[in-house]
Design a protein around this ligand. Structure first.
Ligand SMILES: Cc1cc2nc3c(=O)[nH]c(=O)nc-3n(C[C@H](O)[C@H](O)[C@H](O)COP(=O)(O)O)c2cc1C
Length: 233
């Protein structure tokens, strides 16, 4: 067990209903051998449990992206929280695209997509394109999101975003079919120099120009203040 400085959690508070360890106070600075992790009763654990089905929300506030795709004269946009970098060189990303989405059909057919990083000012449109399907809606027309052509792929890019990654799928049929998980190489990347240059984010003061991070139910965070530390302390 790790030492968690100065944190005291009442075991009674965690599991008072069943009366386990009632009235005892668990002190997290307790010696590691006092409670071998495997044997520690759940009622004594120093933190309340997060429902497993909601555990993804602890990681969910990486930047929300808009995924654009196109094939056969049809183009589309959807919101995605589940994307992340995978490799430096050549750069690769991971993205989950649900099998029911029109985006999935277009990406399966074209082998391409773009990740567009929307601003706080585009949060409402982000939620809208993540709530309706392009099968029933022309989401560009309905939301007013404006596009411009990408350089390396057929999917369009969305104007007013902070950054853009043009991606080409590296086929991994097992991951795609079983987990809706796509691996793609980033074949071009662009950024608004007002927010990102020389490899660094430096968001402008205008809060409308921050990247956004989805929680659930229409709730987002905007990126906060930057700060720096040194590994040497
Ligand atoms: C903020 C937000 C994040 C989302 N993240 C994902 C995601 O990572 N992967 C996914 O498949 N769907 C995600 N969705 C749901 C899709 O955006 C949604 O199913 C969309 O309607 C699909 O559109 P399409 O059928 O036009 O492709 C998200 C929705 C919202 C609002």
């Amino acid at each position: 067990m790790r030492n968690l400085p100065g944190i005291r959690v009442s075991a009674k508070g965690l599991d008072g209903a069943r009366g386990k360890a009632a009235g005892k106070t668990f002190h997290s600075n307790m010696a590691a051998d006092s409670f071998p992790a495997a044997a520690m009763p759940s009622a004594m654990f120093p933190y309340p449990a997060v429902e497993l089905a909601k555990s993804y929300r602890l990681l969910n506030h990486g930047p929300t992206v808009l995924v654009t795709s196109a094939h056969g004269g049809v183009s589309n946009v959807m919101a995605a929280s589940w994307s992340m970098p995978l490799d430096f060189n050549p750069p690769k990303v991971l993205l989950v695209i649900d099998r029911t989405a029109l985006t999935r059909e277009l990406v399966d057919a074209s082998g391409e997509f773009a990740l567009n990083l929307p601003t706080r000012a585009q949060a409402q449109q982000t939620l809208a394109v993540g709530s309706d399907s392009g099968r029933e809606h022309d989401k560009f027309a309905e939301t007013g999101l404006v596009t411009f052509p990408a350089q390396q792929i057929s999917a369009p890019l969305i104007a007013g975003c902070l950054g853009w990654l043009e991606c080409r799928v590296i086929p991994e049929p097992h991951n795609q079919e079983k987990y809706d998980l796509f691996i793609a190489e980033v074949v071009a990347a662009w950024a608004d120099p007002a927010a990102f240059s020389a490899g660094r984010w430096h968001f402008p003061a205008d809060p409308a120009q921050r990247s956004i991070h989805y929680l659930a139910g229409g709730a987002f965070f905007a990126t906060g203040e930057a700060f720096e530390v040194s590994a040497e302390g």
